[in-house]
Design a protein around this ligand. Structure first.
Ligand code: GDD
Ligand code: MG
Length: 351
């Protein structure tokens, strides 16, 4: 079976981290999101993944060298300066996907434990044209929301106004589609599958839904990205306790390869530290993500923040809740960042 991964969006809400990487490459517990996606697809019997991207995203993905998990990987690139939305790229990939059997389409910006075999079974059993994976959320208004009866979707409303959501069941961003769907999407146009295509399929009574049970996380905003990392970390084994160290790592935390930590530092709980990060002495890090190759000097404190790749956090600096520090930023010694401060890539902060 083939899968099309939609990954050509611009992730504006995740700036400044998305200035230098597409959302699908954001690490979740030190592994790019796309790698988690490949692993799950391959486990569920998919043999080919087509990445629907823009030229820049293709460049970043190629540079990242993600293990392919036995999948054949192809790219389908949106035309320059003409994003095709969430539906147009499906039509564009028609030749690559073929018309012989149903295929999977998924949003490349969600972490989801979806059983694709079960989704395909539901699709076949209900003789649907499209079958959507669904999950329950507290506040459905920033998603696609459905009204479900048995396995049939009776209504699909993309991002309803407050108070207008027909239920708390949302589009989890993963579908099984029949090749007939190609006939619903005009060629070379910006099309929203959620607004332009699903409502038409509902009218014909051929849109099915399956409620998924596993963990589902959207990484749309920095706080959600942090929460997704913490939730996935909770599903992974706790950090080994090594009593002999002169620093402390509180569980749950995840330290990637080649992380060095100075004496009396306290790391965690919920510290997710990328490869080759250098942490000085008496540093405190909790509830935070530190991307690879960053240096954190002595006596620094990082709480509830996200620090980009190759950044420098000076001695005794304090990075507070909700701060997002871009790649290669230099925070000078003793600087305190107020809550929710965002720092653009490569900036130097001296005060
Ligand atoms: N190739 C390509 N071209 N991909 C695109 C484009 C485009 O022009 N625009 C968006 N995408 C990709 C994004 O990269 C993302 O992976 C996916 O399509 C969905 O787009 P988003 O912009 O992230 O949509 P959303 O998060 O507001 O809403 C979607 O996801 C929700 C679940 O997280 C919808 O599908 C909702 O119905 C759904 O509930
Ligand atoms: Mg999204």
């Amino acid at each position: 079976m083939k899968a099309l991964i939609l990954a050509g969006g611009f992730a504006t809400r995740l700036r400044p981290l998305s200035c230098t990487r597409p959302k699908t490459l954001f690490p979740i517990v030190n592994k790019p999101l796309l790698q988690w996606i490949f692993e799950r697809l391959s486990k569920d019997g998919v043999d080919e993944a087509i990445l629907a991207v823009n030229a820049l995203t293709k460049f970043y993905i190629k540079q990242t060298k993600i293990p392919k998990q036995g999948l054949k990987i192809k790219f389908s690139v949106d035309p320059p300066k003409k994003p095709l939305g969430t539906g147009g790229p499906i039509k564009k990939a028609e030749k690559l996907l073929g018309r012989s059997e149903p295929f999977i389409v998924l949003n490349g910006d969600i972490y989801a434990e979806i059983d694709y075999k079960k989704l395909l079974e539901t699709h076949k059993k209900t003789k649907a044209l499209a079958t959507i994976a669904l999950c329950k959320v507290e506040d459905p208004c920033s998603f696609g929301v459905v009204e479900l009866e048995e396995n049939k979707i009776r209504r699909f409303v993309e991002k309803p106004a407050r108070g207008q959501a027909p239920s708390d069941l949302i589009n989890a961003g993963a579908y099984v589609l029949d090749p007939e769907v190609f006939d619903y999407i005009p060629k070379g146009k910006h099309i929203s599958i959620e607004r332009d295509v699903f409502p038409k399929i509902v009218e014909q009574g051929r849109l099915s839904g399956l409620i998924i049970e596993g963990l589902w996380k959207d990484i749309g905003k920095p706080q959600e990205y942090l929460e997704a990392n913490k939730a996935v970390l909770d599903t992974i084994k706790n950090t080994k306790k090594d009593e002999k160290t002169c620093f402390k790592v509180n569980s749950p935390s995840a330290l990637d390869k080649d992380v060095s930590i100075g004496e009396k530092s306290v790391i965690g709980p919920y510290a997710i530290v990328g490869r080759n990060v250098k942490i000085g002495k008496c540093v405190s890090i909790s509830n935070s993500i530190i991307l690879s190759d960053t240096e954190i000097c002595d006596y620094a404190t990082i709480k509830g923040a996200i620090i980009g790749e190759g950044a420098h956090i000076g001695e005794s600096a304090k990075i507070n809740n909700g701060c997002v520090v871009g790649d290669k930023v230099k925070i000078k010694d003793k600087v305190q960042l107020n809550e929710k401060t965002k720092v653009c890539p490569a900036k130097e902060i001296n005060f």
